[in-house]
Design a protein around this ligand. Structure first.
Ligand SMILES: C[S@@+](CC[C@H](N)C(=O)[O-])C[C@H]1O[C@@H](n2cnc3c(N)ncnc32)[C@H](O)[C@@H]1O
Length: 240
């Protein structure tokens, strides 16, 4: 069974939801079928105007979308991203190899960088496209493909940014958006993507990590920017 479920909030939009499920090879179910189902219950609600996400395992959860324009204003670890990227020239092209919900990609684009973000899950790509349509973000181009196929194109004036789904045995600190992704997208071995990035010609590689996940690669980062919950490992090869 492929999670998340796809469903509808208004009966008139049942067919829209059915078509979305079919297109993305996900499991269509009515709200009632989801309510009585066993197992985990992440849901995509399809409507004419919006795509909403909700984790029905959490009794207090509400359907949510993402306001990409408001992200820059958020405090905390988002500022760490700012701190990390403020060191680099805006003429660098950023490849976000793991777009997810495009929160980091949007924040980086809002800083003034041109960003190409890759997301392999087609339903998530579609959700992001809707959020992008509602936003003022201009410098972000989203592509629905495996980023492994594009890493070779990166050169000295490019930044590769990675935020893989690291294996973690704790829910601590994870925001509802990331918890939703964790339920729907199994953590894949990060090694292949990180190795490909480190073997590329990119001038800068930045790996976002939860502080509880361990680095496993041979090359040491040039420096690490540490926050309370996340860290950015920076491999700076601009002078090599
Ligand atoms: C932890 S999430 C990234 C969250 C993201 N930084 C954000 O701000 O929303 C990881 C995402 O990377 C995607 N992903 C993992 N490997 C990928 C690959 N090789 N190509 C494209 N997307 C990939 C997963 O599908 C998942 O959505």
């Amino acid at each position: 069974m492929n999670y998340p479920y796809v469903s509808y909030l208004k009966v008139e939009e049942k067919n829209l939801a059915k078509n979305f499920a079919e297109e993305h090879e996900l499991h269509f179910a009515s709200p009632r079928q989801i309510r009585i189902a066993k197992g985990i219950k992440p849901v995509i609600w399809i409507s004419q105007e919006k795509i909403l996400l909700q984790d029905l395992d959490d009794k207090n959860s509400k359907p949510f979308s993402i306001d990409l324009d408001s992200l820059e204003k958020e405090k905390g670890d988002k500022n760490l991203l700012n701190k990390c990227f403020s060191k680099f020239d805006k003429s660098f092209l950023v490849y976000d190899l793991t777009a997810g919900l495009c929160q980091d990609a949007s924040s980086i684009a809002s800083m003034g960088f041109e960003v190409i973000a890759f997301e392999k899950e087609s339903w998530l790509y579609e959700f992001n496209q809707r959020c992008l349509l509602d936003s003022k973000i201009k410098k972000l181009k989203l592509i629905n493909s495996d980023s492994l196929l594009s890493i070779k194109k990166a050169g000295k004036k490019d930044i590769l940014f990675l935020d893989p789904m690291f294996e973690l045995n704790t829910k601590a600190f994870a925001k509802k958006e990331i918890q939703f992704l964790r339920k729907c997208i199994p953590s894949a071995p990060e090694k292949e993507l990180i190795d490909a990035a480190l073997n590329s010609k990119a001038g800068l590689i930045i790996i976002k990590r939860h502080k509880l996940s361990k680095s496993q690669y041979a090359t040491k980062p040039s420096y690490i920017i540490k926050g309370k919950v996340i860290t950015f490992e920076v491999f700076d090869r601009r002078t090599i």
